[in-house]
Design a protein around this ligand. Structure first.
Ligand code: BES
Ligand code: MN
Ligand code: ZN
Length: 503
């Protein structure tokens, strides 16, 4: 991983060297502290803006090299558009945009955390720093050769200049904890499947013990004893043994039921005997994005000592074609006792979730369950890569998730569940089959399948993250293939509604 920048908060003052980043609105207006820092250079900025036709539109920027009147090597002016239209979730983005304007060679960067016509609160300055870190993440551990211009100057220092540095400093650790969870999830998703197979994933999850998370790894013998035959069937064609990992963070009251997060962890999905075409199959190293998010979330909750009891349960398998692999037509008995006819071995995620969800409900009787899975290509057809698909048996949970999505920018769109879809997955030979047969409503029939393993007394939401977990367009806070999607969303959901005395 690229060296993490050193992030520091300091009071407003003109930096003597390095790169300086300031914000302006679409009227080229600066805040008072920024004006003071720019001093005589403000006039230069106005003239340069005119000749470059820079008007401060959101995302646009103006770069000045060795600007007269300042001692810094470069000045970047970043437009934020209309100050009145700024949403809370934009501050993380501003941090990403700001650091994105600076060449990687700059060892010292100062960002003025001030917007025209609006004071930036300490928490917002801390958000900005959070965005800097998210944006500078790179997964380059397998690059042994680097171009000169990509060479980092050793550890760089990014200073966030703000009105109340002490308060921003106090607000930052909780955000840093969430960041560590996001970056952990990204690392897991980026890691290739020859390195990250179920046992190795379980080892990495076990590292959460350091943060105070209780981690149990269920091996194949334990899974057999529990009767998780739906999950076991998926992994039986692989040379790598399947695992289920249970992570528990107890930051809440002892008697309080936990909230539960469940992740699909298919470390590689070839499709099995119903093998996938070669094109883009390499992306299926990311088919454990749900499990990665759950693991990163548990890391985040523990690191910021969230006042909540939370469990994370992930089903880790590899879906391979082999002499021992599961066949189309096979019938398996899930842990719930319900039987499943396998029609397509490439519809494996729902088989893993069926057993892990059932197990989690039985063992923990959680307050709610949210599962995350890179489950269907159909959800990408429906929603693209902007929204994850959300299916829920409970309106309050769905609304809370939608709101947390708007707050964090990790957005979810509710999709229907309805008994009418059930007939598509009824089987001639077993209680159900694992695909709807037709491609129509593919994300919905998958969700409807999972719902058969959910106790309707427990609020439950299923997030299909096939479009958001990886390979999304590079955005302001992420340049890597893996997104770490969902960690910030679910951390926010917990923080807003399930911590302390919140209901
Ligand atoms: N892991 C895939 C879904 C997927 C596709 C995730 C593309 C991310 C990007 C899943 O296991 C799968 O193969 N789903 C099939 C289901 C079908 C066989 C019913 C699909 O979506 O085609
Ligand atoms: Mn598949
Ligand atoms: Zn899959």
């Amino acid at each position: 991983m690229a060296d993490a920048p050193k992030l520091v908060f300091a009071p407003f003052a003109a930096p003597s060297r390095g790169a300086l980043v300031v914000f302006c609105d679409d009227g080229l207006k600066f805040g008072p502290a920024t004006r003071k820092i720019l001093g005589a250079a403000a006039d230069l900025v106005q003239r340069a803006a005119k000749s470059e036709r820079f008007s401060g539109k959101s995302g646009a920027s103006l770069d000045l090299i060795h600007p007269e009147g300042l001692t810094v090597a470069r000045l970047s002016v970043v437009g934020i558009g209309k100050a009145a239209e700024i949403r809370p979730r934009d501050f993380i983005r501003f941090g990403g945009v700001a650091i994105g304007k600076v060449p990687p060679g700059a060892a010292e960067v100062a960002i003025v955390a001030e917007l025209p016509g609006r004071t930036m609160k300490a928490g917002e300055a801390a958000d900005l720093a959070q965005g800097v870190r998210l944006r500078t993440y790179a997964f380059d551990r397998y690059k042994t050769k680097r171009k000169d211009e990509d060479k980092a100057p050793g550890q760089r220092t990014v200073t966030v200049l703000t009105g109340d540095p002490a308060a921003a400093r106090r607000a930052f650790p909780a955000r840093e904890a969430v960041n560590d969870g996001v970056l952990m999830a990204r690392d897991l998703v980026n890691e290739p499947a020859n390195i990250l197979y179920p046992e190795e994933f379980a080892r990495r999850a076990a590292a959460l013990k350091k943060a105070g998370v209780a981690v149990e790894v269920l091996d194949l013998r334990a899974l057999k004893k529990l009767g998780m035959n739906a999950l076991i069937g998926v992994g039986q064609g692989s040379a790598r043994e399947s695992r289920v990992v249970v992570m528990r963070w107890n930051g809440g009251r002892k008697s309080e039921a936990p909230v539960a997060f469940i992740g699909k962890g298919v470390c590689f999905d070839t499709g099995g005997i119903s093998i996938k075409p070669a094109a883009s199959m390499e992306d299926m190293k990311g088919d454990m994005g749900g499990a990665a998010c759950v693991t990163g979330l548990m890391q985040a909750l523990a690191a910021r000592k969230a006042k909540v009891n939370a469990v994370g349960v992930i089903g880790l398998v590899e879906n391979m074609p082999d002499g021992n692999a599961q066949r189309p037509g096979d019938i398996v008995t899930s842990m719930s006792g319900q039987t499943i006819e396998i029609i397509n071995t490439d519809a494996e995620g729902r088989l893993v979730l069926a057993d892990v969800i059932w197990y989690t409900a039985q063992r923990f009787k959680p307050k709610f369950m949210i599962d995350l899975a890179t489950l269907t290509g159909a959800i990408v057809v429906a929603l693209g890569q902007e929204y994850a698909g959300m299916f829920a048996n409970n309106d309050q949970l769905a609304e809370r998730l939608a709101k947390a999505g708007e707050e964090t920018g990790e957005k979810v769109w509710r999709m229907p569940l309805a008994p009418e879809y059930d007939k598509m997955i009824d089987s001639k030979f077993a209680d159900m089959k694992n695909t709807g047969g037709s491609r129509w409503g593919g994300a919905i029939t998958a969700a409807q399948f999972i719902k058969r393993f959910v106790d309707d007394k427990i609020p439950w939401a299923h997030l299909d993250i096939a479009g958001t977990g990886f390979d999304s367009r590079q955005n302001d806070v992420n340049r890597s293939w893996a997104s770490g999607w969902g960690v910030r969303l679910l951390d926010r959901l917990v923080a807003d509604h399930y911590e302390g005395r919140a209901r």
